[in-house]
Design a protein around this ligand. Sequence first.
Ligand SMILES: Nc1ncnc2c1ncn2[C@@H]1O[C@H](COP(=O)(O)OP(=O)(O)OP(=O)(O)O)[C@@H](O)[C@H]1O
Ligand SMILES: [Mg+2]
Length: 253
Amino acid sequence: MKIAISGKGGVGKTTLSAAIVKRFAQDFNVFAVDADPDISLGNVLGLPEDKILALPPIVEMKELIDEKLGGDGAYYSLNPKVDDVLEKYSIKHGNIRLLKMGAVKKGGSACYCRENTFLNALLKSLIVTSEDVVLLDMGAGIEHLTRGTAKGVDVMLIVTEPSKVSVATAKVIAKLAREIGVKSIFFVANKIRKEEEIQFLKSNLEGEKLIGSIPFSEEVLDMAMGKSVDDVPVFNAGIENIYQELLKYQAIN
Ligand SMILES: Nc1ncnc2c1ncn2[C@@H]1O[C@H](COP(=O)(O)OP(=O)(O)OP(=O)(O)O)[C@@H](O)[C@H]1O
Ligand SMILES: [Mg+2]
């Protein structure tokens, strides 16, 4: 299963990505792809800072493969079970493999075209068996959301806070995702403080699939200072629900 996480800036995409990756990693091999130019998924996952900084972006892998294969674009050879290229371009941490998509965006460069093209090829080539899951933290921009990405992604998980602005962005993303052919679009509510906020989201997202809600938690906020969320029960209960919903989806697809 290949899952992309998206949503307005600051809604909690990276926080939820990391938690979902960790949950999946209890039962599956997970490729966690940091497609956010801010490169923070690895940090939130608790991987060593020096390793994250030293990790080459996957776009450089393209050059290496082109060189190796004579540039015929045969990325299917990237089957991680038989190819060691991935070793160099990922940090392995238990069942998790972190890959980072890009270098930090250079001033004035308007698009990640090269990165995107390769990301799409990579998504197609990461051979996903029923024991493998790919999760992409897409970052706030929707520039990564191209038809190519859509083909490589099974589920778009859109995170939203209980606010009009966040819901409006979530809907724009959902519309775009549908237009480019993403198969399944699910919503997740984050930073919920009271029942009323769930009702607000339910009525504003009528007809959409809201598969879970995560409470606002001061302890999650402390993660910014490096604290791990592993021991925040309310947060983990919410993640468990989302995980179970995704498993149900996988079972019928
Ligand atoms: N459930 C929660 N309760 C409290 N704080 C939260 C919760 N989820 C996320 N946060 C906090 O919200 C802030 C933004 O979270 P995060 O970085 O995951 O968002 P993001 O959507 O990835 O942001 P960006 O768009 O910049 O990539 C962080 O300080 C994080 O700790
Ligand atoms: Mg983020």
